[in-house]
Design a binder for this molecule. Structure first.
Ligand code: GDP
Length: 300
């Protein structure tokens, strides 16, 4: 994955240095931990996350087990792998479905994060799995947003619920509520609500998203974050957690050449799992997120 290319090279190089050593001394471990720390910081991983990560690696690598190990270098690789899985959220977290359909999934995030594109990707992925999703245009801020969702809906072969002219136009809370009722009547088992985003965190936008959340009681609120935004990722995630709260994270634009480490820190900082990853503009460029696979890719 282009986004983590440099981080991956640096971590692999740091660990490769250990391989030539039969026995590891405390200073070997410290040297490697220092290199890992620098690699993570250079990739924009959040400082608190880096501190915790390196402290854990150091403590475990200097622990009793490693000294007795036949191949100490391999053990350190394993420890780094485990800790990476840890910051990425541990176990894979699957999408939660409601016991009583429709399942309501609300998307939140800054403008340009990739919410509308994600709505289409999610719809297609759900359809492939036998669901009948309804896409809801509750982004009434941007002039073209409704039309953009209609285009995406058409590509995905999904029905789009948009406000009728003169009927609740300008009130995204009402549109979202009506859409859930429509889904129930028309047998759509999943409702995906696309909400408005601004370029920066904005209190009015937060209030609107919080009101949509209150009105529709979603099973999932997915915070969509563009891996390219770099250092701002963590502050933005915290603002959305406070303003709307979310149940999971979607990382987008992992195909880009950004350093990506800040986005990787979001799960750890907010305590919310990464549920999906988006890796391109096409509807197929999308997959459920597996912390263990991502860790292996980074350490590959
Ligand atoms: P929204 O404002 O949050 O709804 O964002 P959009 O869905 O409109 O996406 C903004 C731009 O990012 C569009 O040009 C999308 O094609 C593009 N985009 C979305 N997801 C990805 C992705 O994973 N990779 C790349 N390269 N581009 C993406």
């Amino acid at each position: 994955m282009a986004t983590f290319g440099s981080l991956s090279d640096r971590l692999t190089a740091a660990l490769a240095n250990l391989r030539s050593k039969g026995v590891l001394t405390a200073s070997d471990v410290d040297g490697t931990v220092r290199e890992i720390r620098r690699a993570l910081l250079d990739a924009d991983v959040n400082l608190d996350v880096v501190k915790q990560f390196t402290a854990n690696v150091r403590e475990r690598a200097l622990g009793a087990d490693i000294n007795k190990a036949l191949n100490p270098a391999q053990q350190v690789v394993q420890i780094v792998n485990d800790e990476l899985i840890g910051i990425l959220g541990g176990e894979q977290r699957r999408l939660e479905f409601a016991k009583q359909p429709p399942t309501v999934i609300m998307l939140a995030g800054l403008q340009g994060a990739g919410k509308t594109t994600l709505a289409g990707k999610l719809a297609k992925w759900l359809e492939n799995d036998g669901h009948t999703p309804l896409l809801v245009a509750a982004d009434l801020q941007r002039p073209n947003a409704v039309q953009q969702l209609q285009v995406v809906g058409e590509q995905a072969g999904a029905t789009v619920f948009a406000p009728e002219p003169g009927n609740g136009v300008g009130d995204p809370v009402r549109v979202a509520k009506d859409a859930v009722r429509f889904a129930r009547d028309k047998q759509h088992d999943v409702v995906i609500i696309d909400t408005a985003g601004r370029l920066g965190v904005d209190q009015e936008l937060m209030k609107q998203a919080a009101n949509i959340r209150k009105a529709t009681d979603p099973d999932e609120v997915l915070f969509v974050i563009d891996a390219m935004i770099g250092q701002d990722a963590v502050a933005t995630a915290k603002a959305f957690q406070e303003g709307v709260d979310f149940t999971g994270v979607v990382l987008t634009k992992l195909d880009g050449d950004a350093r990506g480490g800040a986005a990787l820190s979001v799960a750890s900082v907010t305590g919310r799992p990464i549920v999906f990853a988006s890796t391109g503009e096409k509807l197929e460029d999308f997959e459920p997120f597996h912390p263990d696979r991502m860790a292996s890719r980074i350490l590959d």
